[in-house]
Design a protein around this ligand. Sequence first.
Ligand code: RAT
Ligand code: ZN
Length: 440
Amino acid sequence: MNSARKVNPRERRASLPGGLPASGSTRSDASRRALARQIERLVGTTPVFDIHTHLYDPAFRALLLWGIDDLLVYHYLTAEVLRQTDVPYDRFWSLPKARQADLIWEQLFVRHSPVSEACRGVLTSLNALGLDVRKRDLPALRRWFAAQDLNTYLDRCLALAGVERLCMTNSPFDDAERPVWERGFRRDARFLAALRIDPLVVAWPDAGAQLAAWGYGVSRSLSAQTLREVRRFLEVWTGRIDAQYLMVSLPPDFAIPARTGASQMFERAVLPHCRDHGLPLALMLGVKRAVNPELRLAGDGVGRSDLRALEFLCAAYPRNKFLVTVLSRENQHELCVLARKFRNLHLFGCWWFTNVPSVIDEITRLRLELLGLSFTPQHSDARVLDQLIYKWTHFRRILAGALTDQYSDLCATGWEPTVDEIQRDVSDLLGGAFVRFCRG
Ligand code: RAT
Ligand code: ZN
């Protein structure tokens, strides 16, 4: 990966089509193909800062998931397999991971063609790793993964995905994760932290009971003393993990200002904390948790969010920075319009159910048309290391297609983007704009 490839000035001018074609469509088609190739190369070789994943620094050991069985039992695939079989839910969950993976392989890859985005993704990753997917040989795949050394494999996955740095999702409320932070460890500089605070906002007073057990002087009611202690908790964890931003996912009906605990928690603890530390707050809007609890992690759904809450936040708190993604396709246009109104709002990612090629293509084009380059079009949300490969391979292809159309339209006006200009723009889209927003 080389981000700022040096280009000699002659190549820079020569390699791009120059404005309106002088004569006939042949020149224009050739110009467009050259432009497409150039953009494909730049998008394909620019390193990514993946701003939201569920991967862990290797120091967290077993929490960093990788390999064929974890790829297969990804919750996007468990949702699909539990439609294809009539295995009772509790029977499925009682199976060991490898047997769940067997069932998923059999049902979603062997008995039916693996055309869904989550299925195809497994194959993209395996293929990029040099494995022969035509053989449909799961035991052979397992043998290959069993022979990998994690550290070497980690480097290889990051290189194949073109990911330079990534943000984890770090929750002090997670009993597996918390003790690792408390013990301390040597950080891998490629893995940055993001402080996830859902329970504080959506599960008070249960979260308060946790804080009390950890020695914070909180009560059930959000008294001034309790909110001070919540802020102390945020201080401690922001410092401990060196958080790049705070993050929360919210249901479609989230409202603010409102006479609710969540609203108070935001206005009197979370937002002041973020302001004091100059940290953005990432809001992931529109998730309906546990629509079908029998599916466990795969059981969440989507609803159209009331974006008046976000409008209020951006307008009432101009000194706060909001990183926002919405889960509902129906919210995407409204969200772009809001982002045009507020410079403290940075859109990111095609989240979860919108992370499928047809919807990514639509959302990315809409954002380019309405916002230019001041957003971050994608994050991977990878939960399994190897997924980075497919999530970014698939996305880069869509981004290159959308950019080719945008730059072609520019060329048609007589404006000639240079290679350096396109490289600058692509670097912004793949992390640069995010970094600037966080610093600004
Ligand atoms: O996309 C996912 O993996 C979801 O399960 C969620 O984790 C979501 O991304 C989230 O961060 O809440
Ligand atoms: Zn996520």
